[in-house]
Each structure stands twice: as C-alpha cells, then as structure tokens.
Design a protein around this ligand. Structure first.
Ligand SMILES: Cc1ncc(C[n+]2csc(CCOP(=O)(O)OP(=O)(O)O)c2C)c(N)n1
Length: 374
C-alpha cells in the first residue's frame, strides 16, 4: 500500500522542505538548462510526425464524408506542433494523460502504430478498442498513454493524481496532460491546479489555447488568461508559440526538468489556432476568414518544412514515405473485419488484474536525459 511521506508539521511542506509562503520564499534555483540540441534526425522526426498527423487527418475527414468512419471525426489541423513537440520532450517512463482530439501527434511520438489508429477510427476488430467506441477516447496503456474522457477537464485531475503517485513512490517520472482554453473554466480545472501547485506535483499542464471553446471566443470566456492564472496557484505559467514545434519542445523539456528536480508543476500555454471547425460536422462559420488567413501564414508544418528544406532535409522523400505508409494502412484497415456484434460487451468492463503502464518507444536521441533510449 502507498503511504505518504511524513508531512503536515508547521515547518514542513508537502515535500518535507520549507514552505514557500511570502515569508519563506523558496531558495533561488539556478536558471533552467538550455534546451538540448536537436540533431538533424530529431528535426526530421518532428516534421515526419507532424506530416503524418496532418496527412492522416485529411484522409480521415474524407473517409468521414464518405460515410466510412463511424461517429464523428475531429482533428488538430494547425495544432500539430503542440502534441508532437511536447511528447518528444518526454522520457519513456513519463505518462501522457491524456491526448485529446487534437493530439494525434502525441500518440505517434509515443510509438503507437498509425495503422492501429486508422483501424481504430474505422471501428475494426483488430484495433485499440476493438471497435468498442467511436474514435476519440482511445489510449495505449502499453505505451504509457491514458485515453481521455470527454468531460472537460476531468483528465487534469487524473494527471495530477498520477503525478502524486509518482512522487509518493519516489519514481523519477512526470505526467503530462493536454487541455484546451475552454477546459480552464469548469471547477475541476481549478481543483487540479490548486492541488498540483500546493503539493508541487511533477505534472506538466499543457493548455492548447486556440482562441475558441467550440464557437465561444476566449474574450467571452475568461477575464484572465491561463498562464497568468497559473501564478495564483503557485506555479509558473509559460506562454509559448504553439505553432513552433521546437519552442513547444523546449518549454516542455524545461517543465520536465523542473518537475524532476522536485520543483513542481508548470502550466504551458501554447498559443495556436484551430484551422477547422470543432469537428467535421462544424463548418466554423463563426470565425472571420481573415483570422484563418492570418494563421495560415504561420502554419506549423509549412514553416518548419521550409526551414528543414533550407537545411538540406529531403522533405519530398519524407512526405512520399508518409503517404505510402498511410495509403497501405488505410487499404489494410478497410479490408480488416468489423467486430462480431455478439461480442459487443466483451472487454468493456475491467475483469482482471490492473494493467501496468508501459513505456513509449519514440526515437529519442538523448535529449530526454540519461534514461533516454534505455
Ligand atoms: C463539462 C463539459 N461541458 C461541455 C462539453 C462539450 N464540449 C466538448 S469540446 C468543447 C469545447 C472545448 O474547447 P477547448 O477546451 O478550448 O478545446 P478545443 O476544442 O478548442 O480544442 C465543449 C464545450 C464537454 N465535453 N464537457
């Protein structure tokens, strides 16, 4: 059974150190280390994950419109740099709880096979949930990725709980959770922020601020932005360009270092734009076309691709490889069997021992710390 380390005396904080009240500020810490240098192979991998995400999602929208995808279809067009850059900064034992509907890139970086995800979207039997759910609530526990629930922002609470368990077990790992700007309004967000900040849990709270909660613009949603509010909960709030994959990587890496050093959570507010409606059923007519046009100039893939091309990466070959793998996986998924309706309730309820979280197997190249590549 887990037991909490001794605490609650007047002179000790939840971490057994001096409380960081205004009278007892925490000792100054050295500046965070510079972000690790990304190699050319790392950069190509970052671009490949983003291209994979967008190419698949464009295909997914088409399949949805052809009536071949059950349920609806959601995508992260314009936001690819966030889930890819953040997941790339994690170590294999860290946990993502959870990638949301715009975070396919995080699944790919963790090592979940794209073909598996395509089968899942098409509701096939040999897929992640074996056709048991639409297409948004999937995870991959074997790779340390917990699936989401739709209630905003309930996964924040779960992520903070995971981080608490890591800390109590003295494990050197962090939890990362994604959420939208819309998720910062309900009460659970404030509860999670409060506990995370108070107890200095090793959690990274990544807000994808795309300016819209469904059709509600942020100026009609909150008076103070998420990063500023973070300070009120005792953690830094870092604003980062959510369309710059390396900026997201660097911010997440720094937040991870901070968490591993015992300094607690960081809220990262990645500013971006959702370049479609909320889902394939939403034509986003509530967004001024000029706003889309301005953000299109800052497209995270086009800008990064131009940079890598100038540095000598064979972007055309990279894209051709992605397309070839994608088409093969789509065709195989379309030919794969649907589940037998008689088994619809099999595996829906937990009936065995709990499963242990597995590790991601993304192609880290040393930047995630000494444990990378173990
Ligand atoms: C508690 C709760 N209320 C309402 C909804 C319906 N809903 C689903 S997504 C969404 C908007 C989410 O906006 P945001 O968090 O900014 O994420 P984005 O879709 O912009 O990525 C809403 C209102 C929900 N899932 N949960």
């Amino acid at each position: 059974m887990l037991t909490e380390e001794p605490r609650s005396t007047a002179s000790s904080s939840p971490r057994g150190r001096a409380p960081h009240s205004p009278e007892h500020p925490p000792p100054p810490r050295p500046a965070p280390p510079a972000p690790p240098r990304l190699t050319a192979a790392d950069r190509a991998a970052l671009l490949r994950f983003m291209v994979e995400m967008r190419t698949f999602e464009e295909r997914g929208v088409a399949l949805y419109k052809q009536g071949r995808t059950p349920g609806s279809f959601y995508d992260g067009h314009g936001q690819e740099a966030i889930s890819v850059g953040a997941a790339f900064a994690l170590g294999p034992d860290d946990v993502i709880c959870s990638p949301l509907i715009r975070d396919l890139g995080a699944h790919l970086v963790r090592g979940t096979d794209l073909a598996q995800i395509i089968r899942h979207h098409l509701g096939r039997d040999n897929a992640l949930s074996r056709g048991r759910e639409g297409n948004v609530h999937f995870g991959d526990v074997d790779r340390g990725v917990i699936g989401m629930v739709s209630m905003l922002p309930d996964m924040m609470v779960v992520a903070v709980g995971l981080a608490m368990a890591f800390r109590m077990r003295r494990e050197r790992r962090v939890a990362l959770t994604f959420f939208g700007d819309g998720a910062t309004s309900p009460g659970a967000w404030h509860e999670a922020m409060n506990v995370a900040g108070l107890r200095r849990e090793p959690v990274i709270l990544l807000c994808e601020n795309n300016g819209l909660a469904y059709s509600t613009p942020t100026e009609r949603q909150f008076a103070v932005g998420p990063a500023e509010r973070a300070k009120a909960y005792g953690m830094p709030g870092v604003v980062v360009d959510g369309n710059d994959v390396e900026a997201v990587f660097a911010a997440t890496h720094a937040a991870r270092e901070r968490a591993l050093a015992g300094d607690g959570p960081t809220l990262i507010e990645a500013r971006t734009m959702r370049m479609h409606g909320h889902g394939s059923h939403d034509d986003a007519r509530y967004v001024d076309p000029a706003v889309f046009a301005a953000w299109r100039e800052r497209d995270p893939i086009a800008t990064y691709e131009a940079r890598l091309r100038a540095e000598g990466t064979d972007v055309d070959a990279l894209r051709a490889g992605v397309l070839e793998r994608l088409e093969a996986a789509v065709q195989a998924a379309l030919a794969a069997p649907l589940p037998d309706p008689a088994t619809a309730t099999d595996g829906v309820f937990a009936d065995g021992p709990g499963r242990t979280l597995g590790r991601g197997d993304a192609p880290w190249s040393g930047h995630a710390g000494p444990e990378a590549g173990r």
